[in-house]
Write a protein that binds this ligand. Sequence first.
Ligand code: GDP
Ligand code: IMO
Ligand code: MG
Length: 422
Amino acid sequence: MVGTQWGDEGKGKFTDLLSKEASMVVRYQGGHNAGHTIVVDGEKFAIQLVPSGVLYDHITPVIGNGVVVDPFVLLREIDMLTRRGIDCTRLKLSGNAHLILSYHQELDALHERHLGKAKLGTTKRGIGPAYADKSMRVGIRVQDLLDENIFREKLHASLAHTNKVLTKVFNRLPVDPDQLADKVLTECLSQLRPYIADSVNLIHDALDAGQHVLFEGAQATFLDLDHGTYPFVTSSNPIAGGACAGAGIGPKDINRVVGIAKAYVTRVGSGPFPTELFDQDGDRIVDIGREYGTNTGRRRRPGWFDAVMLRHAGRVNGLTELAITKLDVFDTFDTVKLCVGYEIDGQRVDRLPYHQSELHRARPVYEEFPGWNTDLTAVTEKAQLHPNAASFLNAIEERVQVPVTLASTGPGRDQFLHWTQT
Ligand code: GDP
Ligand code: IMO
Ligand code: MG
């Protein structure tokens, strides 16, 4: 299950929904930059690291090797969920996942400040610096915690370089490796230890037993390090292929790829956004859709649905189906728009331009649809859907060329309907 836009499409809600058919839910990339929301009987859960399947007793939630984990945040989240009556004892944490430590978060904030106007608008959770350390091969893995000598040795080696950056480039205080090691070992290790596991074999044992495993993408296709609007992206691969590397499965293990898309688009942070709205329609989307970050509280930038982007997402993810969320946000709109192509320097373009400066100049070409002026929030059957809303869904399916199988009409677990059956 992957985000097909710039994040916050409703992946949490659909992971929860699709968990009914699975026995294991695996996060394969990102970290606590994600904020996935699930609403059950009016009670809201906003989860950053623990896979969204955790609310079900039959699910084994797995944090895969491709995730970057702040151990303090993970323990706080487990504690929060446990206090709210959610059993987290089945959680598994890959020993190969990399750690986010305090200095990664500090570096994230410093890099952003250093970029000034060119800042990316990161979540400042330390994601980029932690993945950079992983690529530089000075990262520290969850399994390193299990051997105190190795952990201290690696922390010393990594900080030898990082402390030079902190002190000489950013004029900050150095981090004492032993003090940090003491803190992590005393405050986290004994609590984390029961969760640490060989996630790759666990996943394959489940697959071998004929069970369904759901891979929960965080972030989204256009925040992907390779396929997103670089440099305004995250530092991992949220696309479906990322699940192979980030969980240790082969492409042939995947038989269904569900793309989640909002009935419009939002983006948090900087970067190009062809269908962005700066008018009253945009304000209404933000107000009605409550488009403020689950994680950072930032106002999300709103825009019309972009079928050009979605077609591209269909390709790079190999989408077998689409789930459309937040249809109800348009309940009081007279007109809704769908971007079906771009005009770039006077030319009509139907594909996402590979040269990003063209994307900055792209002017969306819209198809307009009459609104439905009806409350959809209680609609759970295809037959009950207002014909204008049905036409809009049909147009999305036709323009994106991927079947829409599910549509969501409210944040609640039960507010959805099956559309085209697969
Ligand atoms: P994620 O990061 O993709 O899991 O999405 P977020 O949880 O960050 O943001 C999606 C928001 O939309 C959450 O507040 C959800 O509760 C809410 N939501 C999901 N589906 C729907 C829907 O169909 N209608 C409405 N009104 N809200 C929805
Ligand atoms: P979910 O899983 C929306 C954005 C940030 C910033 C860029 C880089 O809830 O959809 P990072 O902290 O990852 O280095 O920031 O990516 N971003 C998200 N935007 N939803 C998310 O997660 C995001 N995670 C990161 O706003 O533009
Ligand atoms: Mg989110």
